[in-house]
Design a protein around this ligand. Structure first.
Ligand SMILES: Cc1cc2nc3c(=O)[nH]c(=O)nc-3n(C[C@H](O)[C@H](O)[C@H](O)COP(=O)(O)OP(=O)(O)OC[C@H]3O[C@@H](n4cnc5c(N)ncnc54)[C@H](O)[C@@H]3O)c2cc1C
Length: 292
């Protein structure tokens, strides 16, 4: 299978995915594409359709577990300027899907626009956050989305309203589409107060991260009512280990990949926790992490 001539400069073959994801685990993508304009993204989908290849969008890789077999298709990164810009008009903030969520939060706060500041410190891109309806402190990102522009696999671009995007607890109906950009409808607020609030939240979030570990993930969604961290602590699973993968002792909502960790070890640990929590509490934990 060959890369079409017009895409040769933005596609690489057999590209390792492990360095691109927070857990640092996983094999290569058959192709990794970094389109610099939306037209090229359309060409990628056309190539995929013609050659029967699957396409997946990679955001910041903070919510992904990639198996050692890698992904036998095209992985697309949208970090180029054409798909990661930020623009403000009145109380509307338009952000490209490949922009870092932290950049969107800082831009909004610095412009006196409230509604995103509680998401400060959540890693990843705006696209990843919107598709997974990222949340913090009980408020999700979907609540301030006005509309989302998506590319359908047939290459057509359309605008999806907040209602059509189907946001619910850590979910949206946008899976399987490529999110191109997002319009947030925010509220005019006092910049100084917003900045103070963001700084406070940032400090609190950082102090709740596992110390000395970079290869981490949040495997489970908080079930309604109780933080998953407390549930895991209460059933005595904080710090448990499966091979080279463990849950953090102090903050057991975080999974840690130690040196030589494998995707199978991650999946075994996740299954053990789900089984024990279900057995002891009757709560069926839902997975946050996406598995490729
Ligand atoms: C330390 C740490 C703290 C975290 N804290 C929180 C938290 O407080 N709240 C929370 O909700 N989450 C949290 N997470 C999880 C994670 O950061 C979020 O889910 C984040 O929004 C994922 O974004 P990403 O760009 O990294 O997505 P990725 O991990 O790259 O991808 C996740 C999924 O989104 C899809 N996707 C990404 N971009 C697009 C796009 N443009 N179009 C279509 N699909 C796309 C991917 O295909 C994949 O299926 C945390 C993770 C870590 C490691």
């Amino acid at each position: 299978m060959t890369i079409p001539d017009e895409l040769l400069h933005v596609v690489r073959a057999d590209e390792p995915l492990a360095p691109l994801v927070w857990l640092g685990i996983g094999g290569p993508a058959r192709f990794l594409a970094e389109p610099v304009e939306i037209e090229q993204l359309k060409q990628i989908y056309q190539w995929a359709a013609e050659d029967g290849l699957s396409v997946k969008i990679l955001g910041g890789g903070s919510n992904l577990l990639v198996r050692e077999a890698g992904f036998d298709g095209i992985v697309v990164s949208l970090e180029a300027p054409a798909t990661s810009g930020l623009a403000i008009e009145g109380n509307l903030l338009t952000v490209g899907a490949g922009a870092r969520l932290s950049h969107a939060v800082i831009k909004a706060v610095g412009s006196g626009l409230g509604g995103l500041e509680h998401l400060v410190g959540i890693p990843g891109t705006v696209g990843g956050a919107v598709v997974g309806n990222a949340s913090a402190g009980g408020r999700d990102i979907g609540s301030v989305v006005q509309c989302v522009r998506v590319l359908d696999p047939d290459g057509s671009i359309r605008t999806v309203s907040q209602a059509e995007a189907g946001f619910s607890h850590r979910k949206s109906a946008l899976g399987g589409l490529s999110v191109l950009d997002v319009v947030f409808e925010l509220e005019q607020r006092d910049i100084k107060l917003l900045t103070k609030r963001m700084q406070k939240l940032w400090i609190a979030r950082n102090s709740a991260l596992p110390v000395e570990h970079r290869r981490i993930a949040v495997p489970f969604v908080d079930p309604d009512g109780s933080p998953v961290r407390e549930l895991i602590q209460n059933v005595g699973l904080a710090g448990i280990r499966e091979g080279n993968v463990s849950l953090d002792h102090a903050q057991p909502n975080y999974l840690i990949a130690h040196a030589e960790a494998t995707s199978d070890e991650c999946l075994r640990l996740i299954e053990r926790v789900r089984e024990q929590v279900l057995l002891q509490t009757g709560i069926d934990l839902q997975l946050n992490l996406k598995i490729w």
